[in-house]
Design a protein around this ligand. Structure first.
Ligand code: AMP
Ligand code: GLY
Length: 427
């Protein structure tokens, strides 16, 4: 079968790499892809917004399954466009993707389904929002309703900060007029974050091992928020008891609620969880694989990814056998190497050295994110450049191997966190 992966990041490279190992896959295309997906598959020069061209390509090449990486095409209805043409595609349709595309939708869904989440209120106008903030006894988080490239969430320390955040979103429309028409304001929660990704189809749910992302740019969770500077899996805190609590208290009510409301979810549902003293609380849902969580997950998946994705699309998730879902017991660590200046302004086009040397290390895979090939060399082409991923007998070992590989790679301005996985080592 020929498959097509849509996107250009580290998550997509990990999916391409894993699908290329399937005995049933003859060819993996990636649109538009990066320098890494061009090695493990073949890049197609089509943008993720060109729905008509993507549909035409899938028809012409007789693609048996398309897998969507990023959220934008999902919320804009790429899955609907493919399904209308009878093409098989992995991911939620437009109405189900609202679980990520609209914070208002997702919080209301959680309220109706009685899912543990931060106390919140929805506002259409700035003045009542500010009044509400003034009457709170706790710090809040201000969230623009719509997608804002992960930037529409402002964690506030004081009421004054919250009021400025409300103005930024609703009056200055910093995250776009549409995204900021409504806001969610919610109680700020304290704790460690856990990412739980689950395959979902109809009423069936298959949670994948829990992982932890590292969102802040600098060591010790300091500095500005990023798309994610590294991840490890399995998360030490994701005990079987906690995972089964999250399945029954979060996934089951949400998945069943969506099915009952006639916007059933099909694809990968990602719950961002805060582990508070009162128990797990949902911070957000995503309608797609996490980046960088997917990189350690894919290096640990021993069975065929195509089996899992097809089981979702064909609504046969419940029929998967034990030998179709096999995880390497060894932990994995992914360290993101980012461009100088990221998450702020950065320059592209810096040549990357040492990729071949790093690739020679056993149980290491360097996933590309913001890279491209230029005159026979690989150069940087994005903020998050590489996801250097390693397996190890223990978490400490995986971490050591990942950083050994990182040490072999260099490009001008490169920066990375030196404490990925430490949260898990502390227990
Ligand atoms: P979201 O897109 O809703 O996940 O928010 C992005 C990030 O903001 C999360 O990963 C958290 O680090 C932080 N965040 C969101 N909501 C809250 C909250 N209620 N309390 C504390 N931090 C939050
Ligand atoms: N790792 C965060 C995300 O994928 O949204």
């Amino acid at each position: 079968m020929k498959v097509l992966v849509i996107g250009r990041g580290g998550r997509e490279h990990a999916i391409v790499w894993k699908l290329s190992q399937s005995p049933r896959v003859t060819k993996v295309y990636c649109a538009p892809g990066n320098a890494g997906t061009a090695i493990d598959g073949e890049n197609v020069n089509l943008d993720i917004t060109e729905f008509d061209k993507l549909v035409r390509f899938a028809k012409k090449e007789q693609i048996g399954l398309t897998v969507v990486g990023p959220e934008e095409p999902l919320t804009q209805g790429l899955v609907d466009a493919f399904q209308k043409e009878g093409l098989r595609i992995f991911g939620p349709n437009r109405s189900a993707a609202r679980i990520e595309g609209s914070k208002v939708f997702s919080k209301q869904l959680m309220r109706h389904a009685d899912v543990p989440t931060a106390e919140f209120k929805i506002f259409d106008h700035p003045e009542p929002a500010k009044y509400w903030v003034d009457t709170r006894e706790y710090p809040v988080v201000v969230k623009a309703d719509g997608l804002a490239a992960g930037k529409g969430v402002i964690v506030c320390n004081t009421g004054e900060e919250a009021k400025r955040a409300i103005d930024r979103v609703m009056i200055h429309e910093e995250f776009g007029g549409k995204a900021g028409r409504q806001i969610v304001i919610e109680k700020r929660l304290e704790g460690e974050e856990l990412s739980v990704l689950a395959l979902v189809s109809g009423r069936a749910i298959l949670p994948l091992p829990g992982s932890q992302d590292h969102k802040a740019a600098l060591d010790g969770d300091k500095g500005p928020n990023t798309g994610g500077m590294g991840a490890y899996c399995p998360a030490t805190k994701a005990t079987p008891e906690l995972m089964s609590k999250i399945e029954s208290e979060v996934f089951v009510p949400v998945v069943h609620g969506m099915k009952r409301a006639r916007y059933p979810f099909s694809g990968l549902m990602y719950a961002g969880i805060m582990l508070t003293n009162q128990g797990p609380r949902v911070l957000e849902f995503n309608a797609r694989f996490g980046d960088p969580e997917t990189q350690p997950l894919m290096i640990r998946l021993k069975s065929d990814l195509l089996d899992l994705l097809e089981a979702v699309v064909d609504e046969k998730l419940g029929d998967l056998t034990e030998d179709q879902v096999v995880w390497d017991p060894r932990p994995a660590v992914c360290v993101v190497m980012a461009a100088g200046g990221y998450p702020g302004k950065y320059e592209n086009g810096k040549p990357i050295a040492g990729l071949d040397e790093a690739a020679k290390l056993p149980d290491v895979k360097v996933f590309h994110a913001g890279t491209k090939r230029e005159d026979n060399r690989v150069v940087t082409d994005g903020g998050r450049v590489l996801g250097v991923t390693a397996l190890g007998d223990t978490l400490a070992d995986a971490r050591k191997r990942a950083y050994e590989a990182v040490a072999k790679i260099s490009f001008k301005g490169a920066h990375y966190r030196t404490d990925i996985g430490d949260k898990g080592l502390k227990g």
